[in-house]
Design a protein. Structure first.
Length: 380
């Protein structure tokens, strides 16, 4: 059980699949609203921060309907079974207890979430586990649910590193890019004009999710949308030194790159639109960019606009998981993407995932590949 993962496409041997057990609610506070504003800005704007504060509270606990939570759990468990049936060794995090106590930082508390979208708060680079600095308060201790798995890899020789943890006061967040009328990432959105001061303020802090990093052997493509991300990339550069080449892409997305672009094999990307090519490092613009058709609205369940909080856009099904350079796990309801990949001679394994828009992730988000056969190759 030795950690060895440099990319997202060479033959997969071991993987961690997240847990959806007891995913009961979302804590909506400044950290949650900022992270998800691209998708929730058009939803119930009267509930968006800072109007929560004007209504008498700075946090709202948004309860998830039990049926959706149960069906999500069923689908995630089926994903783990599917990967095991393909010969992949599957590891699992600790489940979140149904009566989990709130977690607390300096000046804030939050209801914890299960370790479901585990790609977000961890970056695997070769034989190193890097726990990345979270941007959402409710997810601050999420990687602790992965500790038993990480410890086994560490005992087998892996390096285990934690990036500096932010305090996550209101003043920690770079709000400038949301206030910029020229940005089209998440707008239009209600400006956050009144961040509250705290005795624990330390200024803007580094925040960077593992899902902002595209791994290509010795090259890392990192999406940077604001100053919090920029600080995180600076830390990565100093820490990694000359072991990897880091390439910044500017505002490909608000945060994560893996619902915009994924590498399916050397020389081939799956991309949301062809314009992504122009955002990439010059040496990667010559790769083939497969662009699937626009998502079929009929492929998604119908939700209540005033009760069900959607955290992702309709492009979430681009968030596929490669088992090797020819085999890809795809949401069974995304028929256009399936046909596109089959026309490109990929073997598609259809897997069910009904409520991906409610829980902010797809198959790539739900998983963390820990052993693949590929090395620190120079694909450029």
């Amino acid at each position: 059980m030795r950690l060895h993962s440099y990319d997202d496409f060479t033959p997969l041997r071991e993987i961690i699949v997240g847990s959806a057990a007891n995913y009961l609610s979302h804590d909506r506070d400044i950290s949650f609203e900022l992270f998800h504003h691209e998708n929730i800005s058009g939803f119930r704007s009267d509930w968006a921060y800072p109007r929560l504060a004007q209504a008498g509270g700075r946090t709202e606990n948004w309860v998830i309907k039990q049926r959706y939570a149960e069906e999500l759990h069923e689908d995630v468990e089926a994903l783990a079974v599917c990967l095991a049936s393909l010969g992949v060794t599957v590891h699992r995090p600790l489940p979140l207890p149904p009566d989990a106590d709130p977690i607390a930082g300096l000046g804030w508390t939050a209801a914890p979430t299960p370790a479901l979208n585990i790609r977000d708060n961890t970056l695997i680079l070769g034989d190193e586990i890097i726990e990345t600095p979270p941007a959402i308060r409710s997810r601050y201790l999420e990687t602790r649910l992965l500790t038993p798995v990480f410890r086994r890899y560490w005992e087998a020789g892996a390096r285990w590193t934690t990036m500096p943890r932010p305090t996550l006061t209101d003043a920690s967040f770079d709000l400038s890019y949301m206030r910029d009328a020229s940005t089209t990432l998440g707008g239009p959105t209600e400006p956050i004009a009144d961040p509250q001061p705290s005795a624990y303020d330390v200024g803007l802090e580094m925040m960077l999710d593992g899902a902002q990093v595209l791994r290509l052997g010795r090259d890392l493509v990192v999406n940077v949308a604001q100053h919090n991300h920029e600080q995180g990339v600076h830390w990565l550069e100093r820490h990694l030194q000359d072991r990897y080449r880091i390439h910044r892409v500017w505002r490909m997305a608000d945060n994560h790159i893996d619902s915009m672009l994924l590498a399916l094999k050397p020389g081939v990307f799956l991309a949301r639109h062809d314009g992504i090519r122009d955002l990439m490092p010059e040496r990667l613009r010559s790769w083939r960019y497969i662009v699937p058709p626009e998502p079929d609205p009929g492929a998604f369940p119908v939700y209540d606009d005033y009760e069900d909080l959607m955290l992702t856009g309709p492009y979430i099904d681009l968030n596929v998981l490669s088992v090797d350079e020819n085999t890809v796990l795809v949401n069974e309801q995304c028929t256009g993407l399936i046909k596109t990949l089959e026309a490109e001679r990929f073997t598609v394994v259809p897997v069910r995932h009904r409520h991906r828009r409610l829980f902010g992730g797809g198959f790539h988000c739900f998983t963390l590949d820990t052993v693949r056969t590929g090395g620190r190759e120079d694909y450029l």
